[in-house]
Structures are given as C-alpha cells and as structure tokens.
Design a binder for this molecule. Structure first.
Ligand SMILES: Cc1cc2nc3c(=O)[nH]c(=O)nc-3n(C[C@H](O)[C@H](O)[C@H](O)COP(=O)(O)OP(=O)(O)OC[C@H]3O[C@@H](n4cnc5c(N)ncnc54)[C@H](O)[C@@H]3O)c2cc1C
Length: 333
C-alpha cells in the first residue's frame, strides 16, 4: 500500500455551493499541507457537483476529487460511505478532515471503523508535531470545561472539526488546481435506508450561524414572550438574531433550532449578548468562539460573568430596554 501522504477534506455542499464548513476545513488543511509540504485534496460527493470543484480550488485545494452518481443526490450514509471509502483507499491521505456537522457526525465514525483507524471528533485546533509529523488534535473534554490534545499513530488520521473553529482563506479564483472525476459504482444492496421526505426548516430572518450579533436568552426570561419582544427588538436593532440556552428550547418557548451549546448550535458571532443565562459549561461550549461576550444577569456570581468581557448585574426587564433605548438614541444621532 502507498505511503499515506497529504490532507484530504471531505467536503459538503449547500445549495450547489461549498458549505462554509468546507471552506473552513480547506483553510486549515492548506496550512497543514504547506507545513508538511504535501498536497491538499478535497472530495466532493453528489449527483452533480457543478462549479463547486472550482470553488474548492479557489479556497485552497490542489486537487478536487469529484464523485458524481445519481444515487449520491442527497447525503445518505451507506452510499456516501462507498464513495468516501473508495477515494480514501485510492488517495491514501495522511489525514482526513470532516466537519462536526450532521453529515460528519454520522459518516466519520462509520468510515473510521471501515478503515480500521482512529477518529477525534469536535476538534477546535489542529497542528503538525514538527518532530513526528503527526497531527495534534485539540478538543474540549468534560463538557467543555477543559481541552485535551490527542494524536494517533494510525493512518489515515481522521478528525471532525467544529464549525467556525477555523478560518477560510480569501477566495482566489486565479489559483490553479486539478479536478479529478472519480468513477463510483454504488452497490444499491448495501444502501439500507432511503429518504422518504425532506422537510426544510423555516428560516425567519438571519440564520443564527451567520448572524454577526446574537442576543441569547436563558431560562431566567421565564417564558416565550420576552424572546419575541424584548430580545427581538434588541437583536433587530443590531441586525442580529435571537438565540437561546437549552431550557427555553426544551420548554418549547423557542424553536429547537435556536438552541446554542454542546447539544445545540455552535456559534461565533462578533457580539454575543447573554441575557439571563447562567453560563453552564454545556452552554458556553457553544459560544466561546464569539469575539465579544456581554452578559446581563441579576446574579453577580453567575458563571457567565467569567466568560464575558462586559457584564451588567441587574434584572433583564430593566437592563435590556435601557440598552435598546440608548442604542436607538446613538443610532439616530
Ligand atoms: C449532557 C448535557 C448537555 C447539555 N447541553 C446544553 C446545551 O447545548 N446548551 C445549553 O444551554 N445547556 C445545555 N445543557 C444544560 C446546562 O447544563 C444548563 O442547565 C443550562 O445551560 C442552563 O440554562 P440557563 O442558563 O438558561 O438557565 P439557568 O441555569 O436556570 O440560569 C438562569 C439564569 O437567569 C438569571 N436570571 C433569572 N431571572 C433573571 C432576571 N429577571 N434578569 C436577569 N437574570 C435573571 C439567573 O440568575 C440565572 O443565572 C446540557 C446539560 C447536559 C447534562
């Protein structure tokens, strides 16, 4: 078997374009590949990958493997695994990078098992050990209260990377790279599930993951109404989005899609305003990538103040409207 070399990103598509996690993985993969003086490849799987292969080159890939087949229209573990396994066996990469996304969480462990290798999930940082050339993989442990560094001597080294943990390169359409079509035969007898229906989540306003400002409410808001009034008014003023800790989502005060944290969305906005959120580690695991955290809480001992750059101790019923009014005044000036 060929020596394992190079970095392979297993990409994801969203609406015919590269998903943002894939541009982030390419940005990180480029740095690792340059350090190793090896190639960065990207695998794109679908029924019609279109222009996304050019996009992958513009975002840093040297080679793009395109696995197209009618049976690969939508993500489906058994069929995507056949394509990914074939390409990994053909290319023999040193490292395989995937996103800590719905697809990555499902596909990566299956692939690692098939390939007889290890997998480190939910990584926040990756680096090359200069002595051993092994990949060092940093991920949160104990519910986000600590970080541990892992490595594995078995190749390919497989990791999934948390969304927004890495930065994409500037898109450069003048970059040169190679697009390599891969012939895939999908064995339909190995595809054990089928998609009966796809229900699109209704998105109202700006998506949490894309919002530059998030106003996040916690259990201390006491019910659904403040999310739709007090918090929404502040979020709208800042062209941001409303989010929530887990209890409001569990209680049905807000849709599940707004839930931030270890078991919810991972966000990294410019400004994160946590209102009546205590700051449990399972919550902060989803927002510590934010550039600036501002906390509003009536309890001066609340853990969220340890994470926050700015804090106001007070009842949200008084603090949030005062902040909104002041902002309105400043914006009108
Ligand atoms: C396996 C596991 C996974 C989990 N995953 C997640 C996750 O992904 N996301 C998540 O959020 N949680 C998660 N949790 C739950 C987590 O441990 C906490 O219970 C949760 O984050 C607490 O939410 P909270 O801060 O909104 O509520 P609380 O901890 O009840 O805090 C409410 C806060 O509001 C303040 N407050 C009350 N009234 C007011 C007022 N009028 N004005 C100002 N402040 C006020 C209080 O002082 C308090 O600090 C998980 C737990 C487990 C075990």
């Amino acid at each position: 078997m060929a020596e394992n070399k190079g970095i392979l990103v297993i990409g994801e598509l969203a609406g015919g374009k590269l998903a943002s996690i894939t541009t982030e993985l390419l940005g990180c993969g480029r740095k690792l590949a340059d350090e190793l003086k090896e190639d960065l490849s990207c695998l794109l799987i679908g029924d019609s990958v279109g222009e996304a292969s050019k996009e992958a080159i513009a975002f840093g890939a040297d080679k793009v493997y395109v696995a197209e087949h009618a049976a690969l229209k939508d993500y489906q573990a058994d069929s995507y695994m056949q394509a990914a396994e074939k390409v990994i066996n053909d290319v023999s990469p040193r490292t395989v990078l995937m996103g800590q996304t719905s697809m990555g969480r499902d596909l990566a462990p299956r692939l690692a098992f098939r390939l007889g290798t290890t997998l480190t999930t939910d990584c926040l940082d990756l680096a090359i050990d200069p002595q051993t050339k092994l990949l060092t993989q940093t991920r949160p442990v104990y519910g986000g209260t600590a970080q541990a560094v892992f490595t594995s001597e078995i190749t390919p080294q497989m990791v999934t990377v948390r969304t927004k943990a890495m930065s994409p390169l500037e898109r450069d359409d003048s970059r040169k790279g190679e697009t390599i079509p891969v012939k895939i035969d999908i064995d339909a007898s190995k595809v054990r599930t089928k998609i009966l229906e796809t229900v699109k989540e209704e998105a109202v306003g700006i998506k949490l993951e894309d919002a530059p400002v998030i106003v996040c409410g916690g259990r201390g808001l006491g019910g659904p109404e403040p999310f739709q009034t007090t918090l929404k008014e502040l979020a709208d003023l800042l062209h941001g989005a409303v989010g929530a800790s887990r209890p409001p989502a569990d209680n049905g005060w807000v849709p599940e899609a707004l839930h931030i944290g270890l078991t919810g969305k991972i966000v990294a906005p410019d400004i994160y305003i946590a209102v009546a959120v205590s700051g449990a580690s399972q919550h902060t695991a989803g927002c510590t990538g934010s550039k600036h955290i501002i906390a509003i809480n009536k309890d001066p001992e609340a853990n969220i103040f340890r994470e926050a750059e700015f804090g106001v101790v007070g009842k949200y019923e008084e603090v949030v409207p005062a902040l909104t009014n002041k902002l309105k005044e400043l914006l009108a000036a």
